[in-house]
Design a protein around this ligand. Structure first.
Ligand code: HEC
Length: 147
């Protein structure tokens, strides 16, 4: 192979590699990012739906403590309070878990996902959750992120 041809090939391989990454890693909760929402949908089904409900509806009587002192998993749709929290809190709650985030006297039923999901996967699942909110809830919640 000619040296010149090799350069052309190398340059085009690089272009393809960079082009392939052009969508970038997911580093925020963005309901408008279809790739993030699609990825998050699968992550949600595998990791969150068991407690928070397949349709994000939460556990029945989610406001009433269980016998073991933990709260049932709240809904992640408009009926819950997920959209009352800013993106960073939602990210930290998912990554670190309730035991880390709640006052020490409150028993949490929310596991930490730091060992299970990458940061990108957590942002993707939050993108999916946000995509399921009404436009009103999305707009209200986005004002929290600006503070
Ligand atoms: C084993 C059950 C369980 C699983 C699995 C689970 N959660 Fe939770 N989650 C809870 C419970 C219970 C709470 C209520 C608060 C607490 O006990 O800490 C909660 C609270 C939360 C909160 C804070 C409250 C809110 O609505 O903003 C977020 C955010 C959250 N979960 C996200 C997730 C995500 C994302 C997943 C999947 C990656 C997930 N949870 C998987 C049980 C679970």
């Amino acid at each position: 192979m000619q040296f010149r041809q090799q350069i052309v090939l190398t340059v085009s391989a690089l272009a393809i590699a960079i082009g392939g990454c052009s969508e970038g890693i997911i580093d925020k909760a963005d309901p408008a990012n279809e790739r993030a929402v699609q990825m998050g949908k699968n992550i949600y089904a595998e990791n969150c739906a068991g407690c928070h409900g397949a349709s994000l509806e939460g556990e029945p009587n989610w406001q009433v403590k269980k016998d073991d002192g933990t709260l049932p998993a709240p809904p992640h749709n408009d009926n819950g309070h997920t959209w009352h929290h800013d993106d960073n809190l939602l990210f930290n709650y998912t990554k670190l878990g309730g035991a880390e985030m709640l006052p020490k006297n409150i028993k949490s039923g929310m596991p930490a996902f730091a060992e299970v999901l990458s940061d990108e996967q957590i942002w993707a699942v939050l993108s999916f959750i946000k995509s399921q909110w009404s436009i009103e809830a999305q707009q209200r919640q986005s004002t929290l992120n600006k503070k």
